[in-house]
Design a protein around this ligand. Structure first.
Ligand SMILES: Nc1ncnc2c1ncn2[C@@H]1O[C@H](COP(=O)(O)OP(=O)(O)OP(=O)(O)O)[C@@H](O)[C@H]1O
Length: 273
């Protein structure tokens, strides 16, 4: 394990023109509540490489979802800025100006009266080139070829989450944000979805920012783990384990042990697994 450097070999190998870099500067978010003003985090600076798989981990209430929501634009920052730099932007600043962001939530937020295909069609309402073939292509990618016409109520929890991932990917985002997407699933389903997500990431080369409170999941997935607590990123770890990762291997167990130690090096919040 080493503190992160800009020399992120894994990320460089995977980076593609379809992935964007994320630049966060001086990011602060406060909430006004009946009990006064709460500062969730302040002055966060971050540079996330295009095509990298970054996991944001922190104890319950540390502000992971708030940080993801500010990065995605769902919430305004109180101070500071978030910038997405398209992969095709050259040194002179020429290239695409806008970046698409895919968002996968803890619960997949599907429309219950729409089929899997229609749930994907829904996010393409303003896309004149959309056809159901596009929805089917992304459902195939997440292993749902036999379930195009099923309604959410006819799908298992893992299958519903797959539709959510397919829907986020179908807009061809340069950045994919996932907020504890597998935390409501049994471990076997979660593990198979983790493998699928990694394979999709390798195939499509997106920049991924993934939130979890589960350290094993973080070490399984990440190029880089950011630990959030006490209102700041208090650890920034490069995960230099080879892929595919075996959670039972000695090197994985050793790395995980050191990450757990680092995770608990600040007080407060609930334990990570
Ligand atoms: N809309 C809001 N208004 C007021 N306070 C909020 C709001 N949203 C979040 N907070 C506060 O911000 C802090 C961080 O919340 P957040 O949901 O980002 O944490 P988290 O790390 O994602 O937690 P968990 O792992 O339990 O989901 C909490 O103290 C919470 O009460």
């Amino acid at each position: 394990m080493s503190e992160h450097t800009t020399d992120d070999g894994e990320a460089d190998r995977l980076a593609s023109d379809d992935a964007a870099a994320i630049r966060v500067a001086g990011l602060t978010r406060r909430f006004e509540t009946g009990e006064g003003v709460e500062t969730v985090f302040s002055g966060i600076d971050l540079e996330i490489a295009p095509g990298s798989f970054v996991v944001l981990i922190g104890k319950s209430g540390s502000g992971k979802s708030t940080l993801l929501d500010v990065i995605s634009g769902v919430l305004e920052p109180s101070e500071g800025s978030v910038e997405f730099v398209p992969g095709d932007r050259d040194a002179a600043g020429n290239g695409r100006n806008s970046v698409e962001i895919g968002h996968v939530f803890q619960s997949p937020r599907l429309l219950p009266w729409d089929t899997a295909v229609e749930n994907i069609e829904f996010v393409h309402e303003n896309d004149p080139d959309y056809t159901d073939d596009l929805a089917r292509e992304y459902l195939d990618l997440v292993g749902l070829s036999a379930h195009y016409e099923k309604f959410p109520g006819q799908l298992s929890g893992g299958q519903r989450q797959r539709v959510g991932i397919a829907r986020a990917l179908s807009i061809d985002p340069e950045v994919l944000l996932l907020d504890e997407p597998f935390s409501n699933l049994d471990e076997i389903t979660a593990d198979s979805l983790r493998r699928e997500l990694l394979s999709v990431w390798r195939e499509l080369g997106k920049t991924v920012l993934f939130v979890t409170h589960d350290i094993t999941e973080a070490v399984q997935l990440a190029d880089r783990i950011l630990m959030l607590g006490d209102g700041e990123i208090y650890a920034d770890l490069e995960v230099d384990l080879p892929r595919p990762r075996d959670v039972d291997s000695a090197e994985f167990v050793r790395f995980r042990g050191r990450a757990v130690e680092r995770f608990h090096s600040i007080d407060g919040g609930e334990d990570g697994r």
